[in-house]
Design a protein around this ligand. Structure first.
Ligand SMILES: Nc1ncnc2c1ncn2[C@@H]1O[C@H](COP(=O)(O)OP(=O)(O)OP(=O)(O)O)[C@@H](O)[C@H]1O
Ligand SMILES: [Mg+2]
Length: 243
């Protein structure tokens, strides 16, 4: 099958379990290269579990996960990270007792593959987040929530990912900081990074996304364009419970 746009990531028929609890049921979706895919769903729908399956934290029992043509399902998380997937985890999870610079330093990884994109350096991260430069020697645990989110994004970038998974980066942040995080995501996208954005903030997602997938109790309930979601208030009301 040929497609006009290269696929960065293809998730196909994934089933995932926590012990005996069957959480993902035949989940399939694709991230096109250079696109931003918004992954929406209510609390407990299975969004973080999808990212955990992609990152290799939770091995799917069935299905395939393909990264730029290579099968990665079942590989170890370090291998998957090295192949070029970066994660900004839910709840930020910065190393609180390390400094800002140390947090970035531990994540530093050579680019998995030579490409046209510029490699991420401390300076380049500090250019998009000047506040991290000012707080370079401060312990991460003493940063504000917004600054910790910037650090979590910067840390993922230091791994030179080819695709970036972001798990609810706006969670718990003031509207002004959410807008700042949104501008950063738009900038990363404009530089050609392929991104999966998991969110509960529907407006932020629809402002940034090309494509949208809605997951409901571990099953794909919608897969289409962000434009289609914007037009379909019934879909949003039914699946996400707003409007
Ligand atoms: N470690 C775990 N062990 C057992 N069950 C889990 C575990 N983590 C998540 N679950 C269950 O799996 C389902 C999906 O959870 P998941 O964290 O993927 O949801 P989510 O869409 O990310 O929700 P939220 O928006 O609240 O972060 C939920 O029913 C949850 O209770
Ligand atoms: Mg989650």
């Amino acid at each position: 099958m040929t497609s006009p746009v290269a696929q960065a990531l293809n998730v196909s028929g994934i089933d995932a379990y926590y012990g005996d609890s069957h959480v993902l049921h035949g989940v399939s979706f694709a991230l096109e290269e250079g696109h931003l895919l918004g992954l929406l769903g209510r609390n407990g729908a299975g969004k973080t579990t999808c990212l955990a399956a992609i990152m290799g934290f939770l091995k799917p029992r069935r299905g395939a996960i393909n990264l730029f043509g290579d099968e990665i399902a079942g590989l170890a998380p370090e291998t998957i990270a090295h192949r070029g997937i970066g994660l900004v985890p839910q709840g930020r999870r910065v190393f609180r007792s390390l400094t800002v610079r140390e947090n970035l330093s531990v994540a530093q990884q050579r680019r998995a593959r030579a490409g046209t994109r510029k490699e991420w350096t401390f300076e380049r991260v500090y250019t998009i987040f000047p506040r991290l430069k000012e707080r370079e020697q401060q312990l991460a645990g003493s940063l504000s929530g917004g600054e910790q989110q910037m650090l979590a994004i910067g840390r993922a970038l230091m791994g030179n990912p080819r695709i970036l998974l972001m798990d609810e980066p706006s969670e718990g942040l003031a509207p002004q900081i959410v807008a700042e995080v949104g501008r950063t995501i738009a900038l990363l996208k404009s530089e050609g990074l392929s991104i999966i954005l998991v969110e509960q903030n529907i407006k932020l997602t629809l402002d940034l996304a090309d494509d949208v997938v809605i997951i409901n109790t571990g099953r794909i309930a919608f897969d289409g364009s962000a434009e289609a979601v914007k037009r379909d208030h019934d879909l949003v009301a039914q699946q996400l419970g707003v409007f």
